[in-house]
Design a binder for this molecule. Structure first.
Ligand code: 0O2
Length: 210
């Protein structure tokens, strides 16, 4: 209607909470619908499971501080891209790209950035596909575009990332060299496991004539 004003103005912590939580609900539903549709058409689930979380106020403030920004609502909205975060876990690397494409094709979703840490793993060995997207949240008097970070990874990548995260947390990011190189070795094994599982699955699909 004529009353609708598109604005990215978010002024209070309560508004941050409300808007990012709404964005999380919307993206979660969208992903669920895409998964169900995919299941209908292709007779298999590309998504193993999904986790959604809002970043805690403490973590948001910590991240702003780490990047040299004052803790204001404006800075949170501008510089913290993962206040709302969804993690999508799937079986095969090929599913990751299918899911990413389905999400990008949604008319009301705008993809702001993509980081493909599968093609280009992080120095730690970390692999995952990251997208920052923006989607509109409809309030009573305005539409606010809200950012959501989507991480898409295989079960094996998730297994690795969970342990690595736990280890880095324990050592406050300064783990002993032998642990880091062991983790890096494991990351390579995960990549090769993913590749072998994928080709095994493709061979089976070919036999089934799919
Ligand atoms: P948490 O606790 O998961 O929320 P930045 O977001 O500023 O760190 P960038 O480049 O904007 O940096 O974001 P990036 O690297 O695309 O994504 C950051 C997020 O990806 C992290 O969030 C982690 O969830 C995950 N991630 C990135 N690198 C690694 C890694 O080496 N190991 C593991 N286990 N996870 C990683 P946060 O906010 O750092 O942490």
């Amino acid at each position: 209607g004529s009353n609708i004003k598109i604005s990215d103005d978010i002024n209070t912590w309560e508004e941050v909470n409300l808007l990012y939580n709404s964005a999380l609900k919307q993206i979660t539903t969208k992903i669920e619908i895409l998964n169900e549709e995919f299941q209908e058409v292709h007779k298999y689930n590309p998504i193993e499971h999904t986790k959604a979380r809002l970043k805690s106020p403490e973590s948001i403030v910590k991240k702003l501080k780490r990047n040299g920004y004052e803790s204001t609502i404006g800075n949170m909205v501008r510089y913290v891209n993962d206040i709302a975060g969804v993690r999508i876990i799937c079986s095969f690397t090929s599913d990751i790209y299918k899911i990413a494409e389905m999400i990008s094709n949604q008319k009301d979703i705008q993809v702001l950035t993509v980081k493909d840490y599968i093609m280009n793993p992080k120095p730690s060995g970390y692999r995952s596909y990251h997208m920052i997207v923006s989607l509109p949240v409809y309030l009573s008097d305005r539409i606010v575009n809200v950012k959501v970070e989507i991480q898409i990874r295989t079960v094996a990548m998730d297994f690795w990332a969970s342990l690595e995260h736990k280890i880095q947390y324990k050592f406050e990011g300064k783990a002993p060299t032998h642990i880091n190189s062991e983790l890096h070795e494991c990351a390579k094994m995960v990549a090769s496991l993913d590749a072998r599982m994928l080709s095994l699955n493709e061979e089976i699909l070919a036999l089934e004539g799919k």
